[in-house]
Design a protein around this ligand. Structure first.
Ligand code: PLP
Length: 457
């Protein structure tokens, strides 16, 4: 046998096209354009199969908080895999990594949380949420409280239940979603729906939609309200300050559980361990995933607040739910190492006190660009709205594909920025320095210039 030739980008692309079905991808279009093969990464840069270095403005998919190449996370996984690569927590068994992680999560999360249920992903966390809240109300003797209220354009995952909880119309169109017992209200998207109101008025108005929906259904039918503190995949939609306090008040008033989906906002993205703390939300349940392991291994879960934990664990008998990989030892070991690094290196404080304020100021400067209708940010998440006319915020024609163009220019300029329609979004690693922020903003501005020129704007 002679050593095989190293594969070229073309080889990878052709095998990829022949065999690999990608998530959320139009394969016909992909086959024409060709895939980018990412082969390595270090710190906040990824590298493709042609050796091109690209600044990762999305932290992978919102998850690589510590950046790439953290040896401590590799070591934690290696050690755990050598000692106990797998065991389950069914049938009266458990193991140290899951025990220690649930204890540590109890320490870093808001005071009402001392218990965790583990899953393999954010979608499974939200499936678990549905089963938990319905079980909870059953056990409380209110079995009619079954309906969960969510929001248009929310993203809660891609299983049948999680996609139903989400409010993505393109997902609902495929496969007969949503499933029964889940209803949606309009989102608090000020740039798109504000319609002349002040942000504060708009925030209150959108929260009142929850009260109206509860009145329509009857509070005795409603189990819970779920929302991302800041909608991520929907386009980094930052609600006005008046929104969450009003949602909180309405949930309390009608005795409805409040679920904050912190799959993106958990573990430091907004400058606190949980985004709920930043936005003044006191949820009963927090689904999490992504940043818990910095993406080095898959892990998700639900932080279960005392109110629900008490009923489920003391009064409920068996909760007939769980996954083979609930509390996977290697994933839990990586999460422990990841959380300890975030804590011991003061990374979240640095986001709060230094990098997020700097990012906010630099990112806001993009609003001066001729095709930018708004540049908003919170913590280390940001969005730019591409418009054809700044005075009216009119969009370019849909077929012009302004967002996709801008994303492609970004990539050519060595920056990963994601397009959601004509909103450009970023969510960089939490270890981003001020210099990285400068590089991101400079490349974003250049890409906006090129987008404008290519559209004749
Ligand atoms: C990504 C995401 C999920 C789904 O997580 P997966 O691990 O992809 O299943 C759920 N909720 C939010 C807010 C997310 O961003």
């Amino acid at each position: 046998m002679h050593a095989s030739q190293p594969k070229t980008t073309g080889d990878w692309q052709s095998s990829d096209h022949s065999h690999y079905l990608h998530p959320f991808t139009d394969h016909k279009e992909l086959g024409e354009k060709g895939t980018r093969i990412i082969t390595r990464a270090d710190g906040v840069y990824i590298q493709d199969s042609d050796g091109k270095q690209i600044l990762d403005g999305m932290a992978g998919l919102w998850c690589v908080s510590l950046g790439y190449g953290r040896q401590e996370l590799v070591d934690a996984a290696t050690r755990q895999m050598q000692e106990l690569p797998y065991y389950n927590s069914f049938f009266q068994c458990t193991h140290p990594p899951a025990i220690e992680l649930s204890e540590l999560l109890g320490q870093i999360s808001p005071p009402q949380f001392k218990h965790t249920f583990f899953t393999g992903s954010g979608s499974e966390a939200n499936d678990t949420i549905i089963r938990l809240v319905r079980r909870y109300w059953d056990l409380c003797g209110k079995p009619a409280k079954q309906t969960i209220i969510s929001r248009n354009n929310a993203y809660h995952g891609s299983t049948i239940a999680a996609a139903s909880l989400g409010g993505m119309s393109d997902m609902h169109k495929q496969g007969g979603l949503p499933i029964p017992g889940i209803v949606h209200i309009e989102q608090p998207y000020y740039f798109g729906l504000g319609d002349g109101l002040s942000p504060d008025e708009f925030g209150r108005q959108q929260a009142q939609l929850l009260a109206a929906k509860i009145a329509e259904l009857g509070a005795d039918q409603v189990a819970a309200f779920i929302g991302e503190p800041v909608q991520g995949a929907g386009g980094v939609i930052i609600p006005p300050d008046t929104y969450w306090p009003e949602i909180q008040r309405i949930c309390r008033q009608h005795d409805i559980l409040l679920i904050a989906d912190e799959v993106i906002t958990g573990f430091g993205r907004l400058g606190e361990w949980f985004g709920s703390t930043v936005l003044g939300i006191e949820p009963d349940l927090i689904p999490f995933a992504k940043g818990v392991t910095s993406g080095y291994l898959p892990l998700g879960g639900v932080l279960v607040g005392d109110r629900v934990a008490q009923v489920i664990s003391e009064e409920g008998g068996e909760f007939a739910h769980g996954f083979t990989y609930s509390g996977h030892p290697a994933a839990c070991a990586v999460a422990l190492a990841n959380i300890r690094i975030l804590r011991d290196e003061g990374i979240i404080e640095r986001v709060k006190n230094e990098t997020a304020p700097y990012f906010h100021e630099r990112w806001a400067s993009l609003a001066e660009h001729p095709i930018c209708g708004e540049a908003r940010s919170i913590g280390l998440m940001g969005a730019i709205e591409i418009v054809s006319d700044k005075t009216t915020n009119a969009r370019f024609p849909k077929k012009a594909g302004a967002g996709g163009r801008c994303r492609d220019f970004c990539f050519d300029n060595g920056l990963v920025m994601r397009a959601v329609g004509d909103s450009m979004i970023v969510s960089p690693p939490l270890i981003f320095s001020k210099q990285h922020i400068d590089e991101l903003v400079d490349k974003a501005r250049l890409s906006l210039d090129q987008t404008a020129a290519s559209l004749g704007a």
